[in-house]
Write a protein that binds this ligand. Structure first.
Ligand code: SAH
Length: 409
């Protein structure tokens, strides 16, 4: 895109769109948070200011590769440009409310958002990798019966800026970036620098990412962009309870890993524990999964998440049905021992039941892993994230299934 090709009306429209998409919904701000703009949007905003697109690329590199959150340090931009940027834009992280560190190294941050809400972001270091689990909504409307975020109800979607700021905040707090270069020690010789502090991102925090598609898509683009966090497409995973139309859109728009929260091998049971199933039943969901992987390279598979609930979905017959459902599909099953929370009616399956379940699947040649429960001493495990949800909407999905609250384009 060049400056010359865009007339002033187009420029104004591009800027207006870019600004709109980055603005917190509940607090009109005079300046745009740059965490909310992917490269195309940032270039459009720069074009609207009469600046060359490569300047936008430089700014992104400062933010995501060098960890800058102010314009003063952007030394390859003129003083005049830095001053103009500071008038139009900001680089603003959410405020830290609490940090908890688990005995196993897992960290949970509660971050305050505009409007009094708070969300949770979880860092899970493991041998050979480190995963950041990010939130996409304040609360969640999907109403899955075994998830504590669901008990909170739904308040609002996060903006792209609020999604990306979680990643930037975590990287800065951990003292590094995603390009094999620690921000703190970037002046050190190459081989004395630390490795990547975050190797994988999963949209498995609070919220249903595909119900906030318009904000999540640019966020994924920033995560994958070489001028952004530069993560490879296999290291960014969107996890969904099964919003079929948005699974199709995701496939068209960007190449990223997908996890599907299946949790039950038949509609009667899934209708109960994952209410979105009443709108998009298992057969439709699995067809969408087939479309998602069709034509992609042979290594591409979908991870099916399956929470192990004692006496509910963890019997050998459930495993046999699940194996039948997934036979011949590029699938991996991830069994998640249920993580309890106050007032839940469920219990975690016994280790023996989980092992027996896994064995049945493996005997049918289905790749099966069991998720190690991490951070449970700080309530940072799957389905335990609650943040702080202001004025929640009580009428969640389970009671009004025809009306899925998603943001449409
Ligand atoms: N809305 C997205 C992301 C949610 S959380 C989705 O549904 O996929 C990520 C995973 O944690 C999902 O598979 C979810 O079903 C699972 N989960 C939710 N509550 C849980 C709990 N209490 N114990 C274990 N896993 C849980």
């Amino acid at each position: 895109m060049t400056d010359k090709g865009i007339d002033s009306e187009d420029r104004a429209a591009a800027l207006a769109a870019a600004v709109e998409s980055a603005r917190p919904q509940d607090r009109p701000s005079p300046v745009t948070n740059l965490f909310g703009l992917d490269r195309a949007q940032l270039r459009a905003a720069f074009a609207a200011m009469g600046e060359k697109p490569y300047r936008a690329d430089q700014v992104m590199q400062w933010i995501y590769r060098r960890g800058q959150d102010g314009f003063d340090g952007m030394s390859n931009l003129s003083k005049d440009l830095r001053a103009r940027l500071a008038r139009h834009f900001e680089i603003r992280t959410p405020e830290l409310v609490t940090e908890q560190v688990s005995t196993d190294g897992t960290r949970k941050w509660v971050l305050r958002l505009d409007g009094g809400n708070a969300i949770e972001t979880v860092y899970i270091p493991e041998e050979g990798r480190a995963t950041l689990c990010i939130s996409s909504q304040v609360g969640c409307a999907m109403d899955c019966s075994f998830c504590s975020t669901a008990q909170q109800g739904f308040n609002r979607n996060l903006t792209t800026a609020e999604i990306i700021a979680q990643v930037w905040f975590a990287a800065r707090t951990l003292g590094g970036d995603f390009h094999g270069q620690h921000w703190k020690d970037r002046d050190q010789p190459e081989d004395e620098r630390g490795g990547r502090v975050i190797s994988n991102i999963v949209f498995m925090g609070m919220g249903e990412p595909l119900a906030n598609y318009n904000a999540v898509l640019p966020a994924i683009r920033i995560l994958l962009d070489d001028f952004g966090f530069g993560l490879s497409k296999r290291r960014v995973t969107v996890s969904t309870s099964g919003l079929v139309p948005y699974m199709d859109r995701l496939r068209e728009d960007v190449d990223t890993a997908l996890a599907v929260s299946l949790h039950a091998p038949d509609d009667a049971l899934r209708d109960e524990i994952v209410p979105i199933n009443r709108k998009y039943p298992i057969a439709e969901l699995l067809n969408a999964c087939r479309r998602y992987t069709a034509g992609k390279d042979r290594k591409t598979h979908i991870v099916y998440e399956y929470v192990m609930l004692d006496g509910i979905n963890d019997r050998p017959e459930h495993a046999r049905k699940l194996a039948k459902l997934l036979a011949g599909m590029p699938a991996k099953v991830n069994l998640i021992p249920f993580n309890p929370f106050p007032q839940t009616r469920y219990r975690r399956s016994s280790p023996e039941a989980i092992q027996a379940f896994a064995k049945i699947l493996r005997d049918k040649h289905i790749l099966t892993t069991t998720r190690k429960t991490r951070g449970d001493d700080i309530d940072a495990a799957c389905g335990q994230l609650v943040g702080k949800v202001m004025s929640r909407q009580k009428n969640r999905l389970g009671t009004r299934i025809g009306d899925v609250p998603v943001t449409t384009a």
